[in-house]
Design a protein around this ligand. Structure first.
Ligand SMILES: Cc1cc2nc3c(=O)[nH]c(=O)nc-3n(C[C@H](O)[C@H](O)[C@H](O)COP(=O)(O)O)c2cc1C
Length: 164
């Protein structure tokens, strides 16, 4: 195996453009948590499964692991401030001062997102310094229009042209 630095590894991964989500949950003690995530991926159509990778050092780790459900909030291009707010590691309530709704599964949902997926946690697999969390989608909603917030080479980006 060639040797490479952690910076080189991050830079190479950053060449893969992604959307941005905020994963949210309400744990068994009623504590609401949320983290910015770009490792969201679709996994299976039948059954409907999605995944994301959760840092083992995240302060919200235990909340995500003891909450039976989590919510996926797919951010729109004008929601960079939300991405930044949920990317700040903090044990404090990140929802103070924010508008949100509570989904049918109890997950906090952020308004004006491109889509929401409410998921049952199906599995959490160990993978290095992260966990691969698998969710079974039990409810979804999406906006008919709107462009995504993107992440590319460590920076936020927007779609140049709407998709045809
Ligand atoms: C664009 C972007 C993408 C991120 N993607 C992930 C991710 O996929 N998984 C993850 O665990 N953290 C990811 N993070 C970092 C978390 O959002 C950050 O560590 C968060 O503050 C953890 O919150 P907590 O410690 O309060 O739980 C990302 C951050 C940014 C800015």
């Amino acid at each position: 195996m060639d040797s490479f630095s952690s910076r080189d590894f991050r830079n190479a991964l950053g060449c893969f453009a992604t959307g941005i989500t905020v994963m949210t949950a309400c744990d068994a003690d009623g504590r609401m948590v949320g983290i910015t995530v770009n490792s969201f991926a679709s996994v299976s159509l039948d059954p409907p499964l999605i995944s994301f990778c959760l840092d083992r050092n995240a302060l919200s780790l235990n909340s995500f692991l003891n909450a039976p459900h989590f919510g996926v909030n797919v951010l729109a291009e004008d929601q960079e401030a939300l991405s930044a707010a949920f990317a700040r590691s903090s044990a404090a309530d990140k929802f103070i001062g924010l508008r949100f709704e509570v989904g049918t599964t109890g997950c906090p949902l952020l308004p004006d997102c491109l889509s929401h997926l409410e998921c049952e946690r199906e599995a959490a697999h160990a993978a290095g310094d992260h966990l691969i969390v698998i969710g079974r989608v039990v409810r979804l909603a999406q906006r008919a229009e709107g462009k995504p917030l993107l992440y590319f080479r460590g920076r936020y980006a927007k779609l140049g042209e709407p998709p045809v």
